[in-house]
Design a protein. Structure first.
Length: 747
């Protein structure tokens, strides 16, 4: 097995646990895990190539697109489409409508809730059964990614309305009446392709045909796709008559055809444009579907198409880069102890992943699903030749346009600026600059001279409307004419020179400050293409060459002997040695192809692999009323008042929460259900009770991450790929102890 990252991560980084401040009483005195060491710095080590473990491959994967449909209508004429109606193949030449054949009578039921968490849904169904004595169940809706909790089975609408009123009076305020299929006569089992007396009625061109059996298939010619609700799907669409007498729509296709529609939905290739990260995602997704194959067998499919399983988008989502990731990892799966691994993954882990049992209490604990740090040690240093502390852009502009010494002038700074501006005109190749002179550093005079020297008078006249002036200029001096105001607005629009400042008529004393002079010079240099500004991502530094990523392509830039480097941290932008990690945002300043200066944008989130994520850190405020409402959705009838955190996992994620309600009632919430119950992006958070003088009282949640936090961190995988780790190293880091196996026939 490859050992390219670290031998095995030992424990969590202490700094990741410091945010779990004792912000609510339940946290005081709580023991937190010991710190761990981060990964060593990249690059990864060379690979070993042991004989892979062979795993049997499935012929097809069945993906549940929608469940419990009353009918399915498939459009025609999008290529060659064939429907198999019983044993007969029929060309689809007009829209095809499929409905269940008449069976048992339907029933009215009460939908009480639609929940993300299966455990909460099943628990609510049990409570309804015990409390009200009627049948209740929780069923997954493949189209909405929610578990629908329904109660009762009434033949008359009036009976259902009466039961609804009783439930609402008992606190189940969201209960509403729905109509549901009556099931299949005879109680036949699911049977994959078994025939049954019941079946479908299919309508095309006004003709309705009965079709026996539980399955109906529609497929396209080779290489085509079948369209449903504006999406095209490879393979074939199959309509399954479920035990409830309603229809499930299923896409049946090969494993890698399925992955081509999964990977770009799980890791968009335009954003996550690192092939090694996409290859790691592909192997994880292939492993996940094989581990969970047949999980929805009673519904006729293997896996759903939503975040509950893996997001699947069909043919329209396919992309050349993700197709390449699928092809280059063909047949590869993660294996642990001779079997396919349950390769769960999450969007953004907040710097550390979590043990599976903390987030998914009902899932078997697996060593490869234990939390690991999402960071590594080590930075690369790029030192320039400027003294530390020089402000930007002075170090660049004074090198490009040296002030020099000017004698014989009453104000040498005026002569110096004129000389520097004329040198800039020469470098830009401005033809025949006028024999004009700069009289002072007053804003009005500088803008006049700049407009004259660089021939910007006409630009200002054409591109700034007089109607723009009151809007763009804060305080237009009364003695400035329209031409001067347009010049001021033009320079302001291009961020070259601030417009007239101060009270009306006071512009005569508005002398340019040194910092404004340097900003003006750099802005003009960029406008005239003397200096080119380019935003890139840092890739590496070796042998006197700076490697960057720009527009999806790597390129190497030789480092010149004279190089100005600046480090931006917050509002400070000054010369200092750069401490670089792959993925850092750099702003390059070049003259032709020669590097003049590098500006580093320091990531405030530090060195974590997932530091660039939008949801790496987040805050949410929930008022008492808001929190009570969202809790009531998950626990109807519960009158929420307060909560306390009882347990946290190794990464600091909340693993158990106690809700407190009126009359001393309590409700414990565990695992991922904590996230849904509080309506938060993740369970890695602290909570602080606030009672402001103005506005409602409530809780301020401060957190990190997005998702469930178990297994591979997708944004972290992208960060590792940026730092030159390959997909094997990424997988080994996030799934320690696994190895890569191969799908195929096993003798």
């Amino acid at each position: 097995m490859r050992n390219s990252v670290a031998p095995r991560i030992l424990a969590a980084v202490l700094s990741l646990l410091l945010p779990f401040a004792l912000t609510i009483p339940a946290l005081r005195g709580q023991n937190l895990p010991a710190p761990e060491a981060p990964l060593p710095a990249s690059p990864a080590l060379a690979a070993e190539t042991p004989e892979p473990v062979m795993i049997p491959a499935p012929a097809v994967v069945r993906v549940g697109l929608a469940t419990d449909l009353a009918s399915v209508t498939l459009p025609c004429c999008d290529g060659e489409i064939t429907a198999r109606l019983g044993g007969e193949a029929v060309a689809v030449l007009s829209p095809l409508r499929i409905e269940p054949a008449a069976g048992a009578a339907g029933a009215y039921r009460l939908q009480v809730a639609a929940l993300k968490d299966e455990g909460q849904a099943q628990e609510l169904a049990t409570v309804l059964t015990e409390r009200f004595g009627g049948p209740a169940d929780a069923r997954f809706d493949a189209a909405t990614d929610l578990y629908r909790v329904r109660f009762g089975a009434f033949q008359q609408r009036g009976e259902a309305d009466g039961a609804r009123d009783r439930l609402r009076a008992a606190g189940y305020e969201a209960a509403w009446v729905v109509s549901e299929g009556g099931g299949i006569d005879g109680g036949q089992g699911v049977g994959q392709d078994g025939e049954a007396a019941v079946g479908f009625q299919v309508t095309q061109k006004g003709r309705t045909l009965p079709v026996a059996g539980r399955w109906l298939t529609v497929e396209a010619a080779v290489g085509g796709g079948v369209r449903y609700q504006n999406k095209r799907y490879r393979g074939r669409l199959r309509v399954y008559l479920n035990d409830r007498g309603t229809l499930n729509l299923i896409n049946e296709l090969t494993l890698d055809e399925y992955l081509r529609g999964v990977i770009p939905k799980e890791m968009g290739p335009l954003l996550y444009n690192e092939l090694e990260a996409l290859k790691a995602q592909t192997v994880a997704a292939r492993s996940y579907v094989l581990f969970h194959l047949g999980e929805w067998r009673r519904e006729g499919f293997d896996i759903c198409a939503t975040p509950r399983c893996q997001v699947y988008g069909g043919m329209e989502q396919e992309h050349p880069l993700t197709d390449r990731a699928v092809a280059e990892t063909a047949g590869q799966v993660l294996v642990y102890d001779g079997r396919v691994a349950d390769a769960r993954y999450t969007s953004t882990c907040g710097g550390h992943t979590e043990n599976v049992e903390v987030v998914f209490p009902s899932v078997q604990d697996e060593p490869y699903l234990h939390g690991v740090p999402c960071l590594e040690a080590g930075v690369q240093i790029l030192a320039g030749d400027l003294p530390t502390g020089v402000a930007f852009p002075d170090g660049l502009t004074r090198r490009l346009l040296p002030p020099g010494k000017v004698a014989g002038k009453e104000d040498p700074t005026v002569a110096s600026l004129e000389a520097r501006l004329r040198e800039l005109a020469r470098l830009a190749g401005v033809a025949a600059p006028p024999p004009d002179r700069l009289a002072s550093l007053e804003r009005r005079e500088v803008q006049r001279f700049v407009a004259s020297l660089f021939d910007l008078v006409l630009d200002a006249r054409l591109f700034v409307a007089s109607e723009d002036l009151p809007y763009l200029l804060d305080a237009a001096p009364k003695d400035w004419d329209t031409e001067e105001l347009r010049q001021a607005a033009y320079l302001l629009r291009h961020d070259l020179l601030a417009g007239p400042a101060g009270a009306e008529g006071a512009a005569g004393s508005d002398r340019l400050r040194p910092a404004e002079v340097e900003k003006l010079l750099l802005g003009l240099a960029e406008m005239l293409y003397v200096v080119r500004r380019e935003v890139v991502r840092f890739r590496g530094l070796e042998g006197g060459v700076l490697t960057v990523l720009a527009d999806g392509e790597e390129r190497g830039l030789p480092l010149p002997p004279e190089l100005a480097v600046f480090r931006r941290h917050g509002d400070s932008l000054r010369a200092a040695p750069l401490r670089l990690l792959a993925g850092d945002r750099l702003v390059l300043y070049l003259r032709a192809d020669r590097l003049l200066a590098v500006v580093q944008e320091v990531e405030a989130e530090g060195v974590a692999f997932d530091r660039t994520g939008r949801y790496r850190s987040w805050r949410r405020f929930r008022s008492e009323a808001q929190l009570a409402a969202v809790v009531r959705e998950h626990y109807p009838g519960f009158e929420f008042q307060d909560f306390e955190i009882l347990e946290r996992g190794p990464s600091g994620r909340v693993s158990k929460l106690r809700l407190r309600g009126r009359g001393g009632t309590t409700q414990e919430v565990v695992g991922l259900a904590v996230r849904w119950t509080l309506d938060l992006p993740e369970t890695l958070f602290t909570a602080q009770r606030l009672q402001p003088e103005e506005g409602p009282a409530g809780w301020l949640f401060r957190g990190k991450g997005w998702g469930h936090g178990v297994g591979m961190c997708q944004l972290g995988a992208f960060g590792m790929a940026q730092r030159r780790h390959d997909y094997r190293a990424i997988l080994e880091h996030y799934y320690p102890g696994t190895e890569i196996g191969q799908l195929g026939l096993v003798e």
